[in-house]
Design a protein around this ligand. Structure first.
Ligand code: HEC
Length: 142
């Protein structure tokens, strides 16, 4: 009798262990450090188009395609990077000096060394993307 019950319960046990394992893997996937935004790309101004090329060459390896983020760095098309929170100067400083991790847990951004005139074009590109995705100036206190 006991043997029969055991035989019936065994497959159930195996199934629940497997299901538990799958759930654990799924949850780990969710908590991975990835915040990727699906960015709408508007028609870009000539300067923003130059900025896009510069962004691809200097920043996209971490900040992702269209600044939508990757597993290495946050999306810059994100409300915390609106012009009221991170003015153009923050971009120039980030490229020149790097960034100590503070908003996320991707780690520090290294010094990139992109010159100011190029970063300003990149900023134009980011701002046009931000606006097309509903991200506008917000005073810092908000
Ligand atoms: C090697 C990866 C990497 C590259 C390349 C990179 N970044 Fe970053 N960047 C990061 C990470 C990681 C952060 C997030 C730091 C944090 O936790 O706040 C960041 C943050 C920033 C910030 C926010 C700064 C702040 O004051 O909070 C700006 C602006 C920025 N990056 C711009 C750029 C620009 C522009 C480029 C290209 C010239 C670039 N990044 C290239 C990794 C990178």
């Amino acid at each position: 009798m006991l043997e029969k019950i055991k035989a019936k319960l065994m497959p159930l046990l195996i199934v629940s262990v497997l299901a538990g394992g799958v759930a654990v893997i799924a949850m780990r996937g969710e908590s991975k450090n990835v915040t990727v935004v699906d960015v709408r790309v508007p028609q870009l101004s000539p300067v923003a188009l130059e900025g896009r090329a510069l962004f691809k060459a200097n920043c996209a390896s971490c900040h992702g395609e269209n600044a939508g983020g990757s597993d290495k760095a946050p999306p810059l098309v994100h409300k915390i990077y609106n012009p009221g929170h991170h003015a153009d100067e923050a971009f120039i400083r980030a490229a020149r000096m790097g960034v100590r991790s503070h908003h996320w847990n991707f780690g520090d951004m290294p010094k990139i060394g992109t010159p100011k005139r190029d970063v300003l074009k990149i900023v134009r590109y980011i701002r046009e993307l931000q606006r097309a995705n509903g991200i506008f100036y917000q005073p810092h206190s908000m």
